[in-house]
Design a binder for this molecule. Structure first.
Ligand SMILES: [Zn+2]
Ligand SMILES: [Zn+2]
Length: 113
């Protein structure tokens, strides 16, 4: 049986999206990390935007990127509605599990290599 998220929480304070999976696994994804891996056609077609140099002053009025909300798409995916209006990324549960970088998943990857 495929795993699915039991609970999905947007932790505004920590800037992370936390998922408790049906198999007891827990994942936490920083918002920026998720957005950089947005699977929609627009984001995957274009080169990732370069990180601004550290010396650059923050743009006035720029809001930190965060999801306004996240909604389940059927029984297989999560759609994230970002606060900059971007919402075409459909993150399948399989994909989200691949993106998990907790110690347990990292160890599994090491094992495979
Ligand atoms: Zn996208
Ligand atoms: Zn994990």
């Amino acid at each position: 049986m495929a795993v699915f998220p039991k609970t999905i929480k947007l932790l505004g304070d920590g800037g992370t999206l936390a998922i408790d999976w049906s198999d007891g696994h827990r994942s936490a994804y920083p918002y920026r990390y998720l957005r950089d891996r947005c699977p929609c056609a627009t984001c995957t077609d274009s080169e990732p935007a370069p990180e601004p140099p550290p010396s650059q002053l923050p743009m006035l009025g720029a809001k930190p990127l965060r999801p306004d909300r996240a909604e389940l798409v059927g029984r297989y995916a999560l759609q994230i509605f970002w606060n900059d209006g971007h919402s075409s990324g459909i993150y399948t549960f399989d994909y989200l599990r691949e993106l998990c970088f907790c110690d347990a998943c990292e160890a599994e990857l090491d094992h495979l290599i």
